[in-house]
Design a protein around this ligand. Sequence first.
Ligand code: CP
Length: 310
Amino acid sequence: MASTLSTKHVLGIKHLLKEDIELIMETASYFKEVINRPIKKVPSLRDITIANLFFENSTRTRISFELAEKRLSADVINFSASASSVKKGETLLDTVQNILSMKVDMVVMRHPLQGAPYFLAKNIDANIVNAGDGTHEHPTQALLDLYSMQEKIGEVAGKNIAIIGDIRHSRVALSNIFCLTKMGANVRLCGPPTLIPKNIGSLGVEVSNDIKSTLEWADVANILRIQLERQSVKYFPSLREYSLYYGVNRKLLDSLDNEVVIMHPGPMNRGVEISSDVADSQQSIILHQVENGVAVRMAILYLLASRKEG
Ligand code: CP
């Protein structure tokens, strides 16, 4: 097992080694135990300042990072583009350099443009964690998804993991594909042909347009949100039709002989890609994913800071 991350930044899963992922999982297990203690705070990041720069909306990722940072005793700055001088025309680089001149050590950034955190990494000295860049990658989501799968079904190597829904517009899908294939899982993507990029099989995944046979095959189904806000043209006739053919509901799950673990990164469109009785069922680990997100993000920040000191 490696003792440090191979990389100064966590920009995407594509550039992480399998050993990095294993180290993050092991460290997250330690922090999961910590955050279940009566005293949840540890001094690991005392004197480290972290800026959370959110140029796009977020509920789970933003709160989870802030909680992770506070549990590690870091000093935290929260920046929201909608209430900033970005609205007056300031560039990304100027915004970040101004924040860094106040002696910030790490940057957690969500941005609507693919590659924005890579651009920053080339231009500034702080450690950067990508909290989601456009339709590209969402590495911490994939790592918390992996952690949650492992907690439920053990090692994912050789297990069948289905990713269902709007693959085309999903940064969660791409990061999950990189993460799960690196860890030896069998990955199958399922959705309407219009929502699955044509050449995606080259990433070592299977593709299916049939949800029932995919669920019969799967140990785990990670169900993705239909991202209407990113769809400039119509990819399917109506939400009602999508739900009819690709929605995961109780009737569909009851028609299977196997019991599939149900996941969703959130936010959910209840009644579209997932029905409420599935989302809230015993089969669902959706809220465990959210809980595990804090431990996984604590692990990432801790490992990046340790690397810096070392
Ligand atoms: N899963 C996820 O990234 O959710 P938020 O957009 O609420 O952060």
